[in-house]
Design a protein around this ligand. Sequence first.
Ligand code: ADP
Length: 482
Amino acid sequence: MPFARIKAASYYLRVRLAVWYGGVFAGLVLVALVVVYEGSRYTIIQETDQRLLEDAKETAQAVAQLHSDRRRVEEMLARKADTHTHERMFLQLLEPDGKLSWASKEAPPLIPEQHQHDEEGVFPVREFGEFRVAQRYVTFPDVPRYLVRVGASQAQINAAVWNRMRVMTVAGLLVVILAPLGGYWVAGSAIQPLTNILQTASRLRPTQLADRLPIRGTHDELDQLSTTINRFLDQIGEYLQSKREFVANAAHELRSPLAAIRSSVEVALGAERSTEEYQNLLETVADECAQLTSLVNQLLLLAESGAGHILRHVEVLRLDALVEASGDMFRGVAEERGVALEVRIDEPMQVCGDASSLRQVINNLLDNAVKYTEPGGAVNVTAFRDGVGRPVLRVADTGCGISKHDLTHVFERFYRGDKSREREGRRRGTGLGLAITHAIVQAHGGTIEVESEVGKGTTFTVTLPPATLTKQADDGAPQSAA
Ligand code: ADP
């Protein structure tokens, strides 16, 4: 259907621009034609009036000279009228009493006389029906006061105007016809870069984001659009890369406990074992299962580490109570390892957040502090307010410390420090604890900092917004009141 095809074509920017371009051009041409038409008409009327006045003057002079010989007057008038027939001009001579004395062939029926003439007896040129007419009295001494009328057809004037306009009208029509084509061409070259962008963009696939949109170096809006999209593609690429690494690392981490379980089961099934051996093997399986469970939980938490997932139940909490409880929980483990655990809380302090997430932050920090501190060392946990009233949790240990290099990576997922520090028999870390801690603190609108010196110890400092909270942000992150 042609209508459907036209409708489909109108969706193309190029066609729409061409139509606009053609429309605007046609409008301008139309205005120009009207202005030229009016201008030409005015000029031609002025020229015609001038000629009519001169003819009337010449005729009046000739009548004055020949008035005594009527025959010669009529011959003169006929001659004059003849020279003008092709221009459809007419001549009339009226007696002083107003009766028609002589009229040329083209002359219309007697036209009414005007009364406002100047002192030379000349009337202004006026329109009478389809004629423009100049009139004047013969005002010579001793000559009867004849009235001379010279007229020209308006149709003739219009024809002269159109004569002048013809070329312009044809040219204008040509412009109107060609303008949309020109517009189509101009729009085509203007949107060519956009077409290139579209083609490149349509080649992009989630698995193949290497292509970048062309930058022409013109610094125009299209270049800015390409730069913005390219930057966005870079970010998507980085995001996908980190997701890929995350999945690869997760698979790698899951493999070790699974391998341990499998080998324990194989050993158990391989031959008849004593009850004690079976018990040991089952304990290993149970340990690895526990490791798997914690790993899967951590992976889930990290995979969903948007603030909405971390802050499931936001409420006003006593940070001091959470710290106290965690301290109690780790006291036994610390004692077992010969580490002195001291908890000091300056004052009761409230924070706004998710209790289980914040508990996880404190537990992760305490677990690491106890884990990486040699027997005889100490772990100091303090909760206090900083200079601007924000609740601060500080976990300081006198453990092995973290090297400068590791310090820049400890908050990354799956990052584990120098393996040589890991003592035999200690459960392998996942390298996820601090990444999770960092994500939780961030979701609460807080900050986490670490200071460490190898051989001397490590201090983690978590600063949270105060609990004078009035609302939760759209993404679930708490906002502190001003
Ligand atoms: P992990 O499960 O390995 O402990 P984390 O993300 O909790 O994972 O910690 C990452 C790394 O940071 C650890 O492997 C360890 O090298 C280092 N680390 C964390 N806390 C301490 C600490 N208190 N003392 C020394 N090293 C630490």
